[in-house]
Design a protein around this ligand. Structure first.
Ligand code: CA2
Length: 145
């Protein structure tokens, strides 16, 4: 089972600023945490982060036929990107949207996700465990006959 873990803009800055909102872990340490979890489920994970919407769209398009599913934190694009939503719908791969913070507890503009309706579900507010829970939910979904 091959899973693509996608991260959107500014998540490359994790661990350097705003620890109250996003924790102290760097993106690299979160990736290592996900790798360990993936091993337990015999899943292979690849990671991609971009600050550029079109690059994320292209990566989603290229995932078709290569990956079985996607765990995605679209970051700020969650609230704005019709293009990422359309790409997720176009490739017809199961995707789980995750967020470090609870987007529903924050500013109103973060309460809407344009991308979540293109996913099988959303996990929000559990810090780095959101990635772990997202991976487990996706693996479970893919293992069901
Ligand atoms: O809680 C999440 O995971 C978010 O996707 C994070 C996004 C935010 O726009 C979403 O509403 C919720 C922001 C990521 C910014 O990451 C930073 C990391 C370190 C320092 C500054 C920003």
């Amino acid at each position: 089972m091959k899973i693509l873990v996608l991260n959107g803009p500014n998540l490359n800055m994790l661990g350097t600023r705003e620890p109250d909102k996003y924790g102290n872990d760097t993106l690299e340490s979160i990736e290592n945490f996900i790798k360990e979890e993936a091993k337990k489920h015999n899943a292979e994970v690849d990671f991609y982060q971009s600050n550029i919407e079109g690059e994320i769209v292209t990566k989603i398009q290229q995932a078709k036929g290569v990956y079985d599913g996607i765990v995605i934190n679209p970051a700020a694009y969650t609230h704005t990107s019709v293009a990422i939503r359309d790409a997720l719908l176009a490739v017809e791969l199961p995707a789980v949207e995750i967020h470090l913070s609870n987007i529903h507890k924050r500013e109103e503009f973060r309460h809407t996700s344009l991308t979540a309706p293109a996913c099988i579900g959303q996990i929000t507010g559990f810090g780095k465990n959101s990635y772990k829970l997202g991976l487990i939910a996706l693996v479970d979904y893919l293992n069901k006959p």
